[in-house]
Design a protein around this ligand. Structure first.
Ligand code: AMP
Length: 279
């Protein structure tokens, strides 16, 4: 496995493979878990060479405290990447990506950037767009892999390649969960024992909401979810929204013109957890 810290060294290495090898790319912020590894395994199956980036991108954090506390476990990540036969790891410093100008580009993703995560995390998707565009330009992969765990981000990235005309195929990957249903996340390692025990409630509630949505409209289901969280002493609901998978606009009922999916963001103390489920 080759590890590079600079664009130049990475690109020199990849240049020798570009003509003959299909390159798959998995961007991450590190603190890797089995969810990340599932993306890398899929990329290994579909490509000749897999590049994983580990970069905690400052411009996508609207909350400095969250950025500072974001788990960093580089050596453990490298050991894990070896177990899945990752070929290349790119671990740039902030200056290598941003040249000491730590600012986002401004994007128009057609409105999907203003829903849900975009509403609650100001500038988040400009930060995501900025880093992913830069990484795509550096790595120039044939395919790039993104988890449905961050479903809105996945839709943003699809839009990004459309508006930038980058010839990259975006491959969605299913959410990888713990046995008790909690969606795997780097932030889960920060949960206290009590918070970790409470957290599977998020997915359980999503599943119950799905059952109810067959009978009740979105407003009623949303009220029910809000009531459930009010009674939970550990988890605080930020939002629960049933929206169309493509427009990400809120919907009331399932019909032939939409594909409903429930999206949720919850706080356990200062730790923010997100999840989603097709309805
Ligand atoms: P992150 O390191 O959190 O930025 O995640 C890197 C990539 O892994 C993103 O495309 C995420 O959507 C994906 N990912 C994170 N957690 C999971 C999970 N539990 N299941 C599937 N994909 C995930």
């Amino acid at each position: 496995m080759n590890i590079f810290k600079t664009k130049k060294a990475l690109q020199t290495h990849l240049d020798t493979y570009k003509q003959t090898h299909r390159i798959g790319f998995v961007p991450t912020m590190g603190a890797l878990h089995k969810g990340h590894l599932s993306l890398i395994k899929k990329a290994k199956e579909e490509n000749d060479l897999v590049v994983v980036s580990i970069f905690v991108n400052p411009t996508q954090f609207d909350n400095q405290e969250d950025l500072i506390k974001y788990p960093k476990t580089l050596q453990k990540d490298i050991d894990l990447l070896k177990t899945v036969n990752c070929d290349v790891v790119f671990t740039p410093d902030v200056s290598e990506i941003y040249n000491n100008q730590i600012v986002s580009e401004s994007f128009n993703f057609g409105g999907i950037e203003n829903e849900m995560e975009g509403k609650f995390r100001k500038g988040h998707f400009d930060g995501v767009g900025t880093i992913v565009k830069r990484l795509f330009e550096i790595v120039q992969p044939h395919k790039a892999y993104f988890g449905e765990k961050d479903f809105q981000q996945l839709q943003i990235i699809k839009k990004l390649v459309e508006i930038t005309n980058l010839p990259i195929e975006i491959i969605p990957c299913a959410i990888f969960r713990e046995d008790d249903g909690l969606a795997m996340s780097s932030r889960n390692t920060r949960l206290t024992k009590e918070q970790r025990e409470a957290a599977p409630f998020i997915y359980k509630t999503l599943k119950k909401a799905k059952k109810k949505f067959g009978i009740k409209n979105a407003e009623k289901v949303t009220k029910w979810v809000q009531k459930k969280f009010k009674k939970n002493p550990v988890l605080e609901l930020e939002y629960f929204v049933i929206a169309d998978e493509h427009s990400l606009k809120q919907i009331d009922k399932k019909d032939k013109n939409n594909q409903p999916r429930a999206f949720i963001a919850v706080y356990a103390g200062d730790i923010r957890l997100i999840d989603n489920l097709a309805m």
